[in-house]
Ligand binder design. Structure first.
Ligand SMILES: C[S@@+](CC[C@H](N)C(=O)[O-])C[C@H]1O[C@@H](n2cnc3c(N)ncnc32)[C@H](O)[C@@H]1O
Length: 590
């Protein structure tokens, strides 16, 4: 499974003492024997939850643990810590308290278990933004049937209940409880996460349960949400969650079921989006927190086409800060609403910082592309709205100029015995990512750990690894915080000719003239890709740290006349600034 995103941190309002206690909880967990870690996480959270519920007035209903969840006795120090934590959590506002309780569980869980099931609970502010979006997409909490299909911890359920109570304010408590029992469901695969969600529900309703003189029946079920019961198909007005993600391999029946929305590697969150559409009624809303890679990734092309046809996006909100709430995030995160049967192919883009201020700003609208599989071009910062609109009108791609993109073929650790520190007869130079400098020059070097400069091919077996023509090299991994996402350099023909071929390592993309008769030179392609304007354009496409071949091939490029102009400028030895000006004009960012 790919690296997980931590979708939680110490909430801005969390008292420092609690943060310290949580660190203590994590330290206590780490002291446990490996085979006891899961049981410790659950026992520690369970004991904290007990103190928390007892400290509420009136005390909250404490649901029974599902059978099969094993608890272990806690040592005196751990027991004291749970008492302190439970009592301090009970003093926090209820939704925050539930989130904190969830964080105790997630931060004590063994990392492997957590990553395998995608157990990352959501800060209340992100939940509120997502449900605001659901309301704007048409959800009416006066009557909506609502489902969280990955409800562990209960963050979404609790906010759903707040909104449902708000919509039914002034009615009889027993009526509100019966409405909740009839209209709200949460499913989760993790029995303890599901139990925590049910406990969160009771703690959010303890005043209502006391006033009605009865306890809400269980609304959270232990279930694999990707297997959909017949009675749940098209049964919900709102399906909302922060869904799990990560690459998964699918057994044949599941692959067949989700064939309409998968292409190549399946990702849990793509499957959850498809499942959400199955759960939703004809005009129902799916409101999810997901990674952004689906906006442009090759493996999400079928999902994009499926959504464009069945449930087009209504709104997308980008989280503008990566540090902080989305601590350790390697992937960008977005909040998105989709509506089944929507005809309109345009949606709104917003930005929010999830910083305790609660504000989100509108950054214009977006339209789905004519080619349903193509990336969705959306501004990623407020000032990119015009650029994103302009990009949708630019038809030229690398293929129009005779180029295609592939990744450097050498995966070095599969060829360790053939790496060489010094030159031998028949050895060829290896081009590592550091050969492309941040200012766009090619400098042959192998300076990082494990990077040998030479490769000894075994022929003819290794012929496929040898690059024997000039091309443009471009780094494959860059983060949005970097000054440039596109870092390219021309691999000169003279260098290739001198060595009789080169070996390009896998952290580089190769942009090659596949026609043998490209209308623009590699120098022009490198200059274009290295410009500010094209970098900004790429940022409207890319949804992850990878600079993929697919996304590069989908990048809108200037028209042939502008490319000719750049060619002339390069031939005359013009300054990069002059090239920037031509490109800024081509992308209308002047
Ligand atoms: C990112 S967490 C989100 C939890 C909660 N919705 C929130 O926002 O705080 C994802 C949840 O999905 C659950 N999960 C993973 N695979 C699942 C599946 N196939 N069916 C149901 N739940 C699943 C995990 O146990 C975890 O609780």
């Amino acid at each position: 499974m790919e690296q997980q995103q931590t979708i939680e941190n110490l909430a801005a309002s969390e008292p420092i003492a609690l943060a310290l206690d949580r660190t203590l909880a994590r330290a206590l967990a780490e002291n446990c024997a490996t085979d006891q870690r899961l049981a410790f996480a659950r026992s520690f959270t369970y004991a904290t939850a007990r103190t928390f519920c007892a400290a509420l007035a009136p005390a909250a209903t404490f649901p029974e643990l599902p059978r099969g969840v094993q608890l272990i006795p806690l040592a005196a120090q751990a027991k004291r810590a749970t008492d302190d934590l439970g009592a301090s959590i009970a003093r926090a506002p209820r939704t925050e308290a539930i989130y904190m309780l969830g964080c105790i569980y997630t931060s004590t869980l063994p990392a492997e278990f957590r990553a395998r099931h995608g157990i990352f609970y959501t800060p209340p502010e992100a939940v509120r933004h997502t449900l605001d979006m659901a309301e704007r997409a048409g959800t009416d909490f006066k009557r909506a049937r609502c489902l969280d299909p990955s409800a562990g911890g209960g963050a979404f359920l609790v906010e759903l209940l707040n909104r449902l109570r708000g919509a039914l304010a002034g009615t009889d408590p027993a009526f509100i409880l019966s409405q909740i029992a009839a209209r709200v469901r949460g499913y989760d695969l993790d029995p303890f996460g599901a139990w925590l969600a049910q406990l969160a529900v009771h703690s959010a309703l303890n005043d209502l349960e006391a006033a009605a003189g009865r306890v809400l029946p269980s609304i959270v079920k232990l279930r694999d949400s990707l297997d959909i019961d017949a009675e749940d198909v098209a049964a919900f007005d709102l399906v909302c969650s922060n869904v799990p993600f990560g690459k998964v391999s699918l057994p044949p029946e599941r692959r067949a079921l989700y064939a309409r929305s998968t292409y190549g590697h399946a990702n849990l969150y793509g499957l959850f989006i498809d499942a959400g559409v199955r759960y939703a009624k004809a005009r129902g809303v799916v409101a999810y927190i997901t990674p952004t890679s689906m906006l442009s990734g090759l493996y999400f092309r079928a999902l994009r086409a499926f959504l464009a046809k069945s449930a087009p996006p209504h709104e997308v909100t980008f989280i503008t800060e990566r540090a902080g709430v989305f601590e350790d995030a390697l992937q960008e995160t977005m909040l998105a609403t989709f509506r089944r049967g929507r005809r309109n192919r345009t949606g709104k883009v917003r930005f929010t910082a999830i910083d305790g201020e609660g504000a989100s700003t509108i950054a214009g609208s977006f339209a789905l592309p004519d080619d349903p599989h193509a990336p969705w071009l959306l501004p990623r910062t407020a000032d990119q709205a015009d650029l994103a609109a302009r990009l949708r009108q630019m038809p030229h791609r690398l293929a129009n100029y005779g180029y295609s993109v592939s990744t450097g073929p050498l995966v070095w650790n599969r060829f360790k015995p053939q790496l060489r520190e010094s030159r031998l007869a028949n050895a060829l130079p290896i081009i590592w990512a550091e050969a492309v400098t941040s200012d766009g020059r090619f400098v042959w070097r192998a300076e990082r750990r494990n990077h040998a400069p030479w490769f000894l091919p075994i022929l003819p077996r290794d012929n496929w690894l040898i690059v024997d023509h000039a091309c443009v090299l471009l780094q494959r991994t860059t983060a949005k915080e970097q000054d440039r996402r596109l870092i390219a350099a021309e691999l000169p023909e003279s260098f290739v000719a001198k060595h009789g071929g080169v070996i390009v390592e896998n952290h580089l993309n190769m942009i090659r003239d596949v026609s043998g008769d490209a209308s623009v030179s590699p120098a022009v392609v490198a200059a274009v890709l290295n410009s500010r304007a094209v970098d900004a354009a790429f940022r409207c496409i890319s949804g992850s740290v990878a600079v993929s071949a697919f996304e590069l091939e989908e990048l809108p490029l200037p028209c042939p006349a502008a490319m000719r102009k750049i060619h002339e400028l390069i031939s005359r030895g013009a300054k990069p600034k002059q090239i920037e000006q031509v490109l800024a004009k081509a992308y209308s960012v002047l």
